[in-house]
Ligand binder design. Structure first.
Ligand code: 13P
Length: 260
């Protein structure tokens, strides 16, 4: 079984450094030294350094929420892979739907960012997912295929094995609507099948594919127990340490009992 990765995407939260430290502290203490599932948090850029200090000595990974494909230079407002590494990051989220749809980010740009992340030795979490209209028009698999092909272009199987994917149906993000277990497993199986055809079965078997979209303590066991769901990318529920820890606990339960 692939080791589950539970990651908290804090998005544009919280507002203060003090609150960011308190949240990280809560996660660190609640998790302790447990390493049966992998855990990471993705605070806003400005809080990364201090959250890294709070997390010292803990197995909780630190993630950026984005990066730029150039390492340095005249790119106002951007943050590079080497900068994220320098402040303690282990992971970076790429191609989140709030960037694809909110900021017009393309799969070609996500691909350039992915290559920069791999060059910086960060573990990329590449997000893909369909909108409500696309699902209603039965275009889910076509959209996923397009995003997979564009975002993961030109990767070797070895590189692909080190990339985390996050299937986040856009209609389930922040809405309280969660994909049903059938919808989630079907999308994840489609992604796994494409990985297998493109990179080989062995590589496909190693890639961690998270589910994201209104993951909460009360639906986490069911979602994380699905055969091709290898973790969760959690938004709103990662902003309360108790809720995030309850989702991690659900992952630990699934890890302890194994999957068929
Ligand atoms: P919510 O858990 O708030 O739906 O957000 C999911 C998400 O976008 C994580 O990246």
């Amino acid at each position: 079984m692939r080791t589950l990765l539970i990651a908290g995407n804090w998005k544009l939260n919280p507002t203060t450094a003090e609150a960011a430290s308190a949240l990280a502290e809560g996660v660190k203490h609640g998790l302790g030294a447990a390493t049966d599932v992998h855990v990471a948090v993705a605070p806003p850029f400005v809080f990364l350094s201090q959250v890294d200090r709070v997390l010292e000595g803990s197995p909780v990974g630190l993630s950026g929420q984005d990066l730029y494909w150039e390492n340095a230079g005249a790119f106002t407002g951007e943050i590079s892979g080497p900068m994220l590494v320098d402040v303690g990051c282990t992971h970076v989220i790429l191609g989140h739907s709030e960037r694809r749809h909110g900021q017009g980010e393309t799969s070609a740009q996500v691909n350039a960012k992915l290559k920069a992340a791999l060059a910086a030795k960060l573990i990329p979490i590449v997000c893909i997912g369909e909108t409500k209209d696309e699902r209603l028009a039965e275009k889910t698999e076509a959209v996923l295929l397009d995003q997979l092909q564009g975002s993961l272009a030109d990767l070797s199987p070895e590189e692909m094995a080190g990339v985390v994917l996050a299937y986040e149906p856009v209609w389930a993000i922040g809405t309280g609507l969660t994909a049903s277990p059938e919808q989630a497993q079907s999308a994840h199986a489609f992604i796994r099948g494409w990985l297998s055809r493109t990179f080989g079965e062995a590589t496909a078997g190693r890639v961690v594919v998270q589910y994201g979209g209104s993951v909460k303590p009360d639906n986490a066991v069911e979602l994380l127990g699905l055969p091709d769901v290898d973790g969760a990318l959690v938004g709103g529920a990662s902003l309360k340490a108790a809720d995030f820890l309850a989702i991690i606990k659900a992952g630990q339960e699934v890890a302890a009992r194994g999957k068929s």
